[in-house]
Design a protein around this ligand. Structure first.
Ligand code: C2E
Ligand code: CA
Ligand code: CA
Ligand code: CA
Length: 278
């Protein structure tokens, strides 16, 4: 047994080295991509239900591969989280997204920009200063920036997270809880954290009208958010039926392929120009 144990240790060590090496190589390719300008942001519109107009965009990260194809974020964000490279990538995303949003604002479009923030990036000591710095450099007004956080981020060390959220709120930025309903949701968090908006996860939206439980659940989430004076954003809206239901339920904002797919800035802006020339 002892012998087997020692062999196992050898085996694991070798495997771990191999894995660490792979990780290191993949991570350095991410860092190179960042240096080389191979990351780009696509922008997905958000429709404000009451006005029936685009009120903002969510910035979504993509990596341009050597063959010209686009690598989706799910393929590299987990890795970047593990190695910590997400912190540098996240800084780039924030500055790029705010700069683009400010360009649109200066062209006369009263839009906001939503940026996804990973747990690791949020936990960095000077995150609040980072955000303040990006606002100063881009010229974007704080209340035109919405940070999308996930519930999992708030579970660890909630006291410290509340303080950080309060500091961000003091800057004037908005906080949205992403993928709401899928995570750790202790409802107690909702009351304690200064959250402005709930993004209803697209898994609920996908089942709208098909099963009564999801339909009831969405209605309950909207009601809950409303009572807590939060804005309700539905993601993954793909069909007119889903849109009609969400509008009837007084959801505030809609996002999804029906409204618009994530597109490079120039193409994304086409849904704005119509409004201004009118
Ligand atoms: P998310 O924040 O929940 O973003 C929504 C995802 O759903 C996006 O995938 C978007 O393209 C997709 N989507 C939007 N509308 C629809 C729809 O109607 N139907 C369907 N089936 N999908 C829709 P994407 O761009 O591949 O991003 C995946 C995830 O990667 C994001 O999920 C987010 O968690 C993460 N991510 C993206 N950009 C960043 C970033 O800059 N920083 C960090 N930390 N994470 C990011
Ligand atoms: Ca998001
Ligand atoms: Ca989401
Ligand atoms: Ca998601």
């Amino acid at each position: 047994a002892k012998q087997g144990g020692r062999n196992q240790v050898c085996f694991f060590t070798r495997e771990m080295n191999r894995e660490a090496l792979d990780l290191l190589q993949l991570d350095s390719s991410l860092r190179n991509a960042l240096q080389a300008g191979d990351f780009e942001l696509h922008y997905q519109p958000k429709l404000q239900c009451g006005r029936g107009a685009v009120c903002g965009f969510e910035a979504l990260l993509r990596m341009r591969a050597a063959d010209g194809s686009l690598v989706p974020p799910d393929r590299f964000i987990g890795l970047a989280e593990r190695t910590g490279t997400i912190v540098s990538i996240g800084q780039w995303v924030m500055l790029e997204a705010c700069t683009q949003a400010q360009r649109w604002r200066e062209a006369g479009h009263d839009i906001s920009i939503a940026v996804n923030v990973s747990a690791r990036q949020f936990r960095v000591g000077n995150f609040v200063d980072e955000v303040a710095g990006v606002l100063a450099r881009s010229g974007l007004p704080a209340d035109a920036l919405e940070l999308e956080l996930t519930e999992s981020l708030l579970v660890e060390d909630p006291e410290a997270m509340v303080e950080k959220l309060k500091a961000l709120k003091a800057l004037g930025v908005h906080i949205a809880l992403d993928d709401f309903g899928t995570g750790y949701s202790s409802l107690g968090y909702l009351a304690r954290f200064p959250i402005d908006a709930l993004k209803i996860d697209r898994s609920f939206v996908a089942h709208l009208g098909r099963d009564t439980h999801s339909t009831q659940l969405i209605s309950a989430i909207i009601d809950l958010g409303r009572r807590l004076r939060m804005r309700l954003v539905a993601e993954g809206v793909e069909t007119p039926t889903q849109r009609e239901f969400l509008e009837r339920a007084h959801c505030d904002e809609l996002q999804g392929f029906l409204i618009g797919r994530p597109l490079p800035a120039e193409e994304a802006a086409r849904c704005l120009s119509a409004a201004v020339s009118a």
